[in-house]
Design a protein around this ligand. Sequence first.
Ligand code: 13P
Ligand code: SF4
Length: 341
Amino acid sequence: MNKKIKQIKRELGSSLLILAHHYQSDEIVQYADEVGDSLILAQAAAKNRQSKYIIFCGVHFMAETADILTTPEQLVYMPDVNAGCPMADMADLPQTEKAWKKLIDLFDDTIMPITYINSKAEIKSFCGEHGGTCVTSSNAKRVVSYGFEKKERILFLPDQNLGRNTAYSLGIPLEKMALYNPLKEEIEFDGKPEDIKIILWKGYCHAHHNILPETVKKVRSENKDIKIIVHPECTHETLELSDMNGSTQYIINAIKSSEPGTKWAIGTEKNLVERLKNTYTDKKIILLDEISQCKDMNLTNEKSLLSTLDDILNGKSERIVNVDEKIRENAKKALETMLKL
Ligand code: 13P
Ligand code: SF4
């Protein structure tokens, strides 16, 4: 498989671009033209105009984003079209429209919808249509500040943790944050509605949300002088007990620039932590919690990558991700606002 993949890659030359998220396994990362966090990969797709074929090794919302940001002539493929994101699936359009109606009734025109890039294209489109935008974990502070410059409050979808952690880092107290429960269709908040600054959609990423504060305390007590670094998709309590937090690219940069001999426990997807452990052997690196494994990120493998390359050579379309025309325009608007910021 290795020989065949390399040979087809050579044959296709610059007409092929392989993008891989940091959470992909080494088996895939070795073939990528660009490996990055969600922001870097969105920027890479937006910038590339020469590759007719783009293979996105990641999950569905990432391939959708690439499709939205490329030209109609460029084709975006996913090696395994079943690789979704359980968190992105926690918000759909009918739920969002219902929530929006409730919020407009309460707050009139004082609210901006902002969605994490880890969301369905229809949610990005909703945000674009209603004057909102997207964020990634590496630009969330910048984009949420922009939201507060324009409006009094924000609806943040679908990750409550990134929304809460970002708003908190901008000085919004927890008492001014409400939760929106899409299953019960209700706003969960104890105080007066006019005090609400941000409404957090009640979604989460299981690979981060389930890293408990007790685990952070345990790892710290068992490892003298260890630094704990986590992704902002972790809960606020876990973040507060950690030393540093940031996107996957931020975590990589922090480890890379740290002193030899330093000890790190990393709270993010296992594939990335294993790669850092094998790359920076002069540092002692451990996975903070074994719970941090994303089944969907692990669906892509050499076999499905090779099948995708065969699809390209044989003109097959089953693995092509094509965002519906009706939602593309507004989703692009939301993404472009973010990229400009
Ligand atoms: P980033 O790559 O933006 O840090 O996002 C992490 C993630 O969960 C992707 O699915
Ligand atoms: Fe979704 Fe979490 Fe997996 Fe990322 S790691 S794709 S946010 S479930």
